[in-house]
Design a binder for this molecule. Structure first.
Ligand SMILES: [Zn+2]
Length: 390
């Protein structure tokens, strides 16, 4: 049990504290981390489901009940390639995202089904494999910039976290988050549900998240949260190079660091997104991001079982090296998307201005269940789910 993270005033009050005591006593991810000095996660969910026939605009979470064999096959492929941890197919299984598909009422059901499918595969693996219950963003912009209140966000995430826990997830995996407010709401929901959690943000805007969070500021934020995450870090974003640079900025938080980078840089062609990172590049990335300080290492968009297999081989066979310099990262993995990692004061506009500017340049949307101004730009939540042809 990690005594230092027990709260003085726990998120969510007495109920959360009692749940927390339960969660801290039974956290399989902490157990496996105490025995290993690195863990390999899975790769993409969206990319691989598109490769299995998911169509653009279709909610992948429906496959948890409509095509469960395909979801089991997705997880089994990751485990067979060497993943020690994989994410459930529940990224968008919150009421706000499902509402776009007329299925807001299915958040708990689809989350539970996602975890049950993951549990089936992990329990049949013959070795320790962690089922991490994926929770992506709500897709709405939170107050004070947007209109989604903290209470409403906590309620949505709580429903999803409870479903994932009921289905047997070992830990909740909050991912692709841009704003501190949404990160905190998800953390509180996990406390209410009584399950341990991990959290990653997507640093896709010149080294910062879309809402202006830097690597340094996320590291400072996680230290203040009680109950804190079991591990924290970065996922998705731009390319493998940027992600390793972001990990350099996390050092000092005193928690295991997660690195889940995309397989190269997304490029549009013929209406689809392709990722140009080869399995050999992702092998280099895996070794380099471990040298940069990451403990839980994996891929995001574009990462297939072939990439995961090469990453496993690299982590098992290559010796650890010194912490890489930015120059070395660029030389090994390719150019950064921006000159700065965003941590210098004034390196990017203030987040309120950024949020408004981003929202203002979004293309018009069809009339939907939520006011235009309250919904986050599609890229924030759709990054995992855009059409991929390969
Ligand atoms: Zn991604």
């Amino acid at each position: 049990m990690r005594i230092k993270n027990l709260p003085q005033v726990p998120l969510g009050g007495k109920q959360a504290f009692e749940s927390l005591m339960d969660a801290t006593m039974t956290n399989p991810l902490q157990s496996i981390l105490s025995e290993r000095d690195w863990l390999l996660t899975d790769g993409a969910t969206g990319t691989n489901l598109f490769n299995m026939g998911l169509s653009s605009g279709e909610a992948p979470e429906f496959w948890n009940t409509d095509r469960p064999a395909e979801i089991r096959r997705l997880h089994a492929a990751a485990v067979e390639a060497g993943s020690d941890l994989f994410l459930t197919n529940s990224f968008g299984a919150n009421a706000s995202r499902l509402k776009l598909h007329g299925a807001a009422h299915r958040a708990h059901e689809l989350s539970k089904a996602a975890a049950e499918l993951g549990r089936d595969v992990a329990d049949a693996a013959g070795r320790d494999v962690i089922v991490a219950g994926s929770m992506g963003p709500t897709g709405e912009i939170m107050a004070p910039v947007g209109s989604l209140t903290h209470e409403a966000a906590v309620e949505m995430f709580h429903e999803q976290a409870a479903g994932l826990k009921d289905g047997g997830a070992d830990v909740i995996w909050v991912e692709t988050i841009s704003s501190p407010e949404e990160f905190l709401a998800a953390a509180e929901a996990c406390a209410l549900a009584g399950i341990a959690w991990c959290g990653t943000m997507s640093f896709d805007t010149a080294g910062r998240t879309m809402m202006g969070v830097t690597s340094n500021s996320l590291a400072a934020l996680v230290e203040k949260i009680s109950p804190g995450p079991t591990a924290f870090g970065a996922n998705c974003g731009v390319g493998a190079s940027d992600l390793v640079r972001t990990v350099l900025g996390f050092s000092g938080a005193g928690l295991p660091i997660i690195a889940k980078g995309n397989a190269g840089i997304p490029k549009y062609s013929n209406g689809c997104i392709h990722y140009d990172g080869t399995p050999d590049l992702m092998a280099d990335y895996a070794a380099l991001v471990r040298d940069a300080g990451a403990t839980i290492i994996g891929g995001c968009c574009g990462t297939t079982p072939a990439h995961i297999g090469k990453m496993r081989e690299a982590l098992e066979t290559r010796p650890r090296g010194p912490r890489p310099s930015p120059e070395e990262i660029e030389a090994r993995l390719g150019r950064f998307s921006s000159a700065s990692d965003g941590t210098r004061p004034g390196a990017a506009p203030k987040r309120e201005r950024r949020g408004r500017r981003r929202a203002a340049v979004q293309p018009p949307r069809a009339p939907g269940p939520l006011p235009e101004r309250s919904r986050a730009p599609e890229r924030e939540t759709g990054a995992e789910l855009e059409p991929h042809c390969s």
